[in-house]
Each structure stands twice: as structure tokens, then as C-alpha cells.
Design a protein around this ligand. Structure first.
Ligand SMILES: [Zn+2]
Length: 404
């Protein structure tokens, strides 16, 4: 079989065409259709395939083999007949989007050479953003911006983009940005007075059709720099998204869009201050609460025994309270807090006392159908059976006074 005649090679603006079906056969993903000529771009060179229709059949994938034969993978291809003439129609929006990203990449790659001599080593056209890997050891935000300026200037000048079919000899005389991957008949894309590059992809006829290029981010990747960018309508989509996000943030502060970063930074500062202040106040409150409960606590054999159950109180707070109680004078604190999914307990005693909090905790947790343990001076645990937490604390309070 002959290589498929690729209509997009000479004219990327062809979106409808007629062709003869050379072969059709069922496959795993649908039917595989081979035509004598096609305007469908097959996946390659970092650019995804076109989609569209072949007759009544939907084209979901297009691939090219090493012999240059293009296969169209279609759904519902039962009506496609070998030898018949069939009309092809390419999805315009997807083709235009790919042309904008891919043509933009040509412009951007030359822009990076002019900005810092960095050559492009790979290109990936993604569903929302694209990337190129450039050979630049030390990029900076300024350098990235310079390349962006050069690229957009070339777009605004609306320069012609031309396709040349040349042989090896002719190619050798052209100022190609990179070497051709093929020999013989070479397709070269020229951007007027700016860039020459061998390429098999689909391109705009003029740089103005790229619309705009925006570099979104960059990062070091395997001794190169990966630059993320968007072109054409994707820039508008990205601008709308970024604008709406910024406006929504600004509205939270009743401010205009561009002053929101300072306001967010200020709010975070205030939040840090408030957290510190809350910690300080909580510390004071805990000390006061510990002293108050000690003042009214029952005295058992020379120390004070405090047991209390709180409802929904923060467990860290309860732990702090227990530590403050046993730190102030000889005491045992048996504290619990009821939470939506059960009870959490902390038992603590002063250093001078004997009862083992770990053992008492194991006993309490048994009543609560839970688990817990710890050191003789301090233990924590909990269990799902929160209704029995008062009972559990009463029981271990008795044990604590007996052991002492
Ligand atoms: Zn190209």
C-alpha cells in the first residue's frame, strides 16, 4: 500500500474532503479505515490527532505507521465500504485549538533562542496547557518574560507562516532551527523572517491566528527547564478563570481585584497574631480553672482527687487542664470529654503519688469498649461507649483512692 496523501501537509485549512476507502476492518476499538488521502492529522510530534466524521462514522483516533499509512479509528464503521468514496469532516474547534498551540510553540521556541540561546528539546500539547523543555541552565522570571515578549511581538506583527517541501540539499542551505528527523522530502515551516523549522504538524497561515501566548509557569526538569504555556483561545479561558478567582477572593475582603494579595497577606498576619493571643489567654484560663477545681476538690489520704466529664470540649484543652491540676499540688485528675464518636480520656497524677494511671486507664477503657494506656504518671485513651463514661470515672476514682 502507498503512503497516504496528507492534505494537511500543504494546506492546514482543509476541514472537509472526499477520499476513496482503500481498506476497512474491525478492530478492538472500532473499525480501522485507510483512505487514499486524508486531511485528518494523526497523533505525532507532540500534537494529538484530529477528530471528526467519515461519512456517518465518528473518528475517535488517527494514527500513522512507519510506512506513512494513516489509519482512522471510527465507531459504527459497519457502513463504510471498501472502494467507496467517502467524505471526511474535521472537528473545527479541536483543529483550531491544536493549530494555535502548535504554531505558538514554533514562535516560542525561536523566541527562547533569541532571548537566551536555549534550544527546545521536546514539546507536549496537553488538554489544557502545553509544555516545552528548553536547554537553559539558569532561567529567571525576567528571562521567561523576555521570551514571552518576543513571541507576542511576532504574533502581533501577523507574519505569514509558509510551508516548503524541500530535498536534503535544499534543507542544508536553510537556517533550520533543528535538524530534520526525516530524509528525502522534507517539510519546512517558515515564519516570515523569524524561524525555519522542519515539521509535519498543522499550522496557522499567519502568526496573528495564534492570538496570544502566555507563559504560565516554569520549573527545572532533568537539567532542562520545562515551560508551561497556553496560546489562542486557551489564554482567554485562562484569563477568565484567573480573573474570576481573583475577583472572588477580593469580594471576601470587599476590595478591588488587584489589592487582594496585600489584604490576604494582612489577614494571615492577623490570624497568626490572634492564634498566639488565644494560646496565651487559654493558658491563663486553664491555670485559673485548675486552681478553682483544686480549691473545691475532695481530699483523699493527703491528695486531692478530681474527676470531671466535659461535653464536646477540645481534647488538647482537657489534657492541658489535667497537667495544670497535678502540677499545682499533690493531686490526681481523671478527666473525660464526650465527642460525637465516643469519649476521650486523660488521667494524670502528681509525681509524688503512687497510683498507676496506665492501669486505671486500661480499666476505664474496658468499660467504654475502647483502648488506652500510658505511663504511670499520665495516660490517655477512649472508647465508643460514651454513655458509660461517668460510670467508668466513678469506678476508677474509687480504685485510685484505695491504691493510694
Ligand atoms: Zn510544526
Amino acid at each position: 500500500m502507498q503512503p497516504t496523501d496528507k492534505l494537511y501537509f500543504t494546506d492546514s485549512s482543509i476541514l472537509e474532503f472526499d477520499a476513496t476507502v482503500l481498506d476497512v476492518r474491525p478492530g478492538a476499538d472500532g473499525y480501522k479505515v485507510i483512505l487514499d488521502r486524508t486531511a485528518f492529522y494523526p497523533t505525532g510530534g507532540g500534537q494529538p490527532n484530529d477528530t471528526g466524521m467519515l461519512g456517518d462514522a465518528r473518528v475517535i483516533d488517527v494514527v500513522e505507521d512507519e510506512l506513512g499509512i494513516v489509519s482512522h479509528i471510527v465507531q459504527d464503521g459497519a457502513s463504510v465500504e471498501r472502494g467507496a468514496t467517502i467524505s471526511g469532516k474535521i472537528d473545527r474547534a479541536r483543529r483550531q485549538d491544536h493549530m494555535q498551540q502548535h504554531s505558538g510553540q514554533h514562535v516560542l521556541s525561536q523566541a527562547f533562542i533569541q532571548a537566551c540561546g536555549a534550544e527546545t528539546r521536546s514539546f507536549h500539547l496537553g488538554p489544557t496547557t502545553s509544555t516545552i523543555d528548553i536547554e537553559s541552565p539558569t532561567p529567571t522570571d525576567e528571562l521567561i518574560q523576555t521570551a514571552e515578549e518576543i513571541a507576542n511581538a511576532v504574533i502581533f506583527e501577523d507574519r505569514p507562516m509558509r510551508v516548503h517541501m524541500v530535498n536534503d540539499e535544499q534543507a542544508a542551505r536553510l537556517p533550520l532551527r533543528k535538524e530534520s528527523a526525516v530524509r528525502g522530502s522534507i517539510r519546512v515551516i517558515e515564519i516570515d523572517n523569524f524561524d525555519w523549522s522542519p515539521c509535519g504538524g498543522t499550522h496557522a497561515a499567519r502568526t496573528g491566528q495564534i492570538g496570544l501566548i502566555a507563559l504560565r509557569s516554569w520549573e527545572r526538569a532533568k537539567r532542562m527547564t520545562r515551560v508551561e504555556f497556553v496560546c489562542g483561545h486557551r489564554v482567554l479561558d485562562d484569563y477568565r478563570l484567573a480573573h474570576n478567582t481573583a475577583v472572588r477572593v477580593a469580594r471576601l475582603f470587599s476590595a478591588d481585584r488587584d489589592s487582594s494579595p496585600e489584604l490576604v497577606a494582612k489577614a494571615l498576619d492577623e490570624n497568626r497574631e490572634l492564634k498566639k493571643r488565644t494560646r496565651d489567654l487559654l493558658e491563663l484560663a486553664m491555670t485559673a480553672e485548675a486552681l478553682e477545681s483544686l480549691a473545691t476538690a475532695e481530699v483523699v489520704q493527703g491528695f486531692k482527687l478530681i474527676h470531671a466529664v466535659f461535653n464536646g470540649r477540645d481534647f488538647d484543652e482537657v489534657r492541658t487542664l489535667a497537667a495544670k491540676i497535678v502540677g499545682a499540688e499533690p493531686a490526681i485528675a481523671l478527666l473525660a470529654t464526650k465527642q460525637p464518636n465516643g469519649a476521650r480520656l486523660v488521667f494524670a497524677r502528681s509525681k509524688s503519688l503512687i497510683p498507676d494511671m496506665g492501669k486505671l486507664m486500661a480499666e476505664a477503657c474496658r468499660v467504654l469498649d475502647g483502648r488506652g494506656g500510658g505511663r504511670p504518671e499520665m495516660a490517655q485513651g477512649g472508647g465508643p461507649n460514651a454513655d458509660k463514661v461517668e460510670l467508668a470515672l466513678e469506678a476508677v476514682a474509687k480504685l485510685a483512692s484505695v491504691v493510694a
